[in-house]
Design a protein around this ligand. Structure first.
Ligand code: NAD
Length: 290
């Protein structure tokens, strides 16, 4: 398949590289990041989209997605599918899908879970929204980049699933980090803490697969001085999406609200911007209760 890949950042680059390694012709564009090995670098989003069977976007937010969609949709060939893997608000996902379908294109929102480790290893989970026929076109590519793809419903359903998943992630990462900081102050060795919790009822992806304590558990951004990984500002973005969605749907999400406030403080008032979202551990470790 001919693939246009737009957004070659922490996630997009390894995803595009895996598609190229599987034998697909991938034309990649990013306003800042270089193309990874195997991906042909092109000089505009339009160039990446022209002649592509599938255009994949992996961009920071809904506003940028909408701007890129305005450029690429008129350049795509009829019947091609626009597959957005970014995490964006449900409204942007639905608007871009609608715009693509009006231009006789297929469209899918297919955000991912699994982080940069999953992107590199090709073990992401995709949660998709759109028509079955469009999902079927893109499914072989999702199989290369991930281990599981679930069609959750029509346009926007993938983003709804993603927002709920990441609200859980924000809450469990905060709980894991504050528990490690408490364990430190109780004199508990971090490795012992990991050994117990990762096989006990406190286990979660946040500790088992993305342990926020350096030198403990599997390799994670904590072992690389909290370079992202999954940046704290992206976690804040996702938590804000969850709170906007909860407001619109009249859902009570007090833990999500608390997590949003904590990440907002970390990113906007402290040194969290540009650090991995698991850097909440050194933050809690440096703080006191009073
Ligand atoms: P990133 O900031 O590393 O990558 C985004 C890339 O988009 C950057 O390289 C940037 O230069 C590029 N870009 C911005 N505007 C552009 C434009 N107009 N045209 C082309 N390229 C443009 O972010 P990331 O970590 O790769 O995340 C991408 C998306 O995936 C986000 O929506 C994020 O929420 C989501 N996500 C990230 C993770 C993770 O662990 N990092 C996990 C799941 C989902």
């Amino acid at each position: 398949m001919k693939i246009g890949f737009i957004g070659l950042g922490n996630m997009g680059a390894p995803m595009a590289a895996n598609l190229a390694a599987a034998g697909h012709a991938v034309a990649g564009f990013d306003t800042a990041a270089p193309a990874p090995e195997g991906v042909t670098s092109v000089s505009s989003a339009v160039q990446a989209a022209t002649d592509a069977d599938v255009v994949i976007t992996m961009l920071p937010n809904g506003q940028i997605l909408r701007a890129v969609a305005d450029q690429v949709i008129p350049a795509m060939k009829p019947g091609a599918v626009l597959c957005d893997c970014s995490t964006v608000d449900v409204d942007s996902a639905r608007a871009v899908s609608q715009q693509a379908r009006s231009a006789d294109l297929g469209a899918l929102d297919a955000p991912v879970s699994g982080g940069i480790g999953g992107a590199r290893a090709g073990t992401l989970t995709f949660m998709a929204g759109g028509r079955q026929q469009d999902f079927d076109v893109v499914a072989p590519l999702l199989d290369i980049m991930g281990q599981k793809a679930v069609l959750c419903g029509d346009s926007g359903a993938g983003q709804a699933a993603k927002i709920c998943n990441n609200m859980i992630l924000g809450v469990t990462m905060l709980a894991t980090c504050e528990a490690f900081a408490l364990a430190d102050k109780l004199g508990l060795d971090r490795q012992k803490m990991f050994d117990v919790v990762s096989t006990s009822s406190g286990a979660s992806w946040s500790i088992n697969s993305y342990c926020p304590a350096p030198g403990v558990g599997p390799q994670s951004p904590a072992d690389n001085d909290y370079q992202p990984g999954f940046a704290a500002e992206l976690m804040l973005k996702d938590l804000r999406l969850s709170q906007a969605a909860a407001e619109a749907a009249d859902a009570d999400t007090p833990m999500g609200a608390l997590a949003t406030a904590q990440y907002q403080c970390f990113v906007e008032e402290e040194d969290g911007n540009g650090r991995d979202f698991s850097a909440m551990l050194p933050r809690f470790a440096a703080r006191s209760r009073r």
